[in-house]
Design a protein around this ligand. Structure first.
Ligand SMILES: Cc1ncc(C[n+]2csc(CCOP(=O)(O)OP(=O)(O)O)c2C)c(N)n1
Length: 364
């Protein structure tokens, strides 16, 4: 093996800096962020868990059409938002609401699409968060395009593009990695390997030694990280973002985590996996782990914890208020945001709807 190929290959085991009991783990290459950073992350994790669980409850109350929860994967979500600069871009999937909120998107706006609203719900340019992509991996070539454009313009922008383990089997994943490597686009591909693509387990998805190993075939440097270890995620993803920004080309990071709940409310996970498996992953919960690490270091006070709980309460209340409010959709908006300059067909259709609406009004 040449030094060049060794540089591209991920480590044999996922990078871990805090073990499931909250004990520090030595790693020659990566260091845990300091306590102040991790305290901020713990607050974000606690708020994120609450956001996930509140959204799930709102589905059951009929206020959201669907919610693909990232319960258990919050460390990946929080890290994805925290390693980026304000000028960077995030390309999320349907499961990455928490990452979008971490970038500053209002949680109510972030969930508009899943409520069944007519559009993405937020202005992608405001916080540099692309619309949630529901078609698997289609966001990856888009992300590469944005990163490549930034490079051509000599801007320091890095793009972080998220996808799941199932997404790595899509053609778009492979095309995106190839193009990004050839044109040295500053993009970090962040795969949350949560072991399942709906009912398809990882073993049926890929025979590769790890999903990160897919990088070497394209010349993309890759790393594996414990996806329930907040410190390791910040260190590994942070380093990948730095490398991409410094001109080292695209990076691939695979986080090993677990989808604790069903795929969505429309799925019954008990049909394809054992409770024992879920219980084993509960022992590796990212919040419990970070909390005990910080407690052992006397860095976490009861007062701080109370503050985090209050912040979570505020976000949950905001979600309930926002999503329990019915908005009266304007049917003419359907045509307003399709193209900057509407086509003759769109103008014609909009006129038909306007005519229909005016006659409905006349009928009273
Ligand atoms: C192109 C495409 N094919 C199929 C689907 C249906 N689908 C929705 S989610 C999903 C599983 C995706 O699994 P994974 O990428 O591992 O992400 P996760 O849901 O676990 O976060 C599938 C097959 C889709 N949305 N898009």
């Amino acid at each position: 093996m040449t030094p060049d190929s060794r540089r591209l290959l991920p480590s044999d085991a996922p990078v871990t800096l805090i073990d499931p009991r909250g004990e520090p783990v030595g790693d020659g290459r990566y260091a845990a962020p300091d306590d102040a950073v991790l305290l901020r992350s713990l607050e974000a994790l606690i708020v994120a868990r609450r956001l996930n669980d509140q959204a799930y409850a709102l589905v059951r109350q009929g206020r959201l059409a669907v919610y693909p929860s990232s319960h258990g994967q919050e460390a990946c979500q929080v890290a994805a938002a925290q390693v980026l600069d304000p000028g960077d871009w995030l390309f999320p999937t349907y499961r990455d609401t928490v990452a979008a909120v971490g970038r500053g998107v209002d949680p109510v706006e972030a969930l508009s699409l899943l409520k069944g609203d007519w559009h993405c719900g937020y202005d992608p340019y405001e916080h540099r968060v692309a619309p949630h992509a529901t078609p698997l991996a289609t966001q990856l070539p888009h992300a590469v395009g944005v990163a490549y454009a930034a490079r051509l313009r000599d801007e320091p922008t890095v793009v972080l593009a998220m996808c799941g383990d199932g997404g790595t089997s899509e053609g778009d994943f492979h095309e995106a990695l190839n193009f990004a490597a050839v044109f040295r686009a500053p993009v970090v591909f962040f795969v949350q390997n949560n072991e399942y693509a709906i009912s398809v387990p990882l073993a049926r998805q890929s025979a590769a030694p790890s999903l990160a190993h897919k990088g070497i075939g394209y010349g993309v440097a890759a790393e594996r990280v414990d996806g329930n270890d907040m410190a390791a995620l910040l260190a590994v993803l942070g380093e990948a973002v730095r490398r991409a920004r410094d001109g080292a080309g695209p990076q691939l990071v695979e986080a090993h985590t677990y989808r604790m709940q069903a795929h969505t409310n429309a799925d019954d996970a008990s049909r394809y996996r054992d409770e024992d498996e879920v219980a084993a992953w509960a022992e590796r919960d990212p919040i419990t782990r970070l909390r005990s690490y910080l407690r052992q270091r006397d860095a976490l006070t009861g007062e701080a914890e109370a503050g985090f709980a209050a912040a979570a309460d505020r976000v949950a209340a905001h979600l309930r208020d926002g999503l329990n409010r019915d908005v009266e959709p304007n049917p003419e908006d359907l045509f307003a945001y399709v193209y900057a300059t509407p086509t003759p067909q769109l103008r014609e259709q909009a006129a038909l709807v306007a005519d229909e609406l005016s006659r409905e009004g006349a009928l009273g």
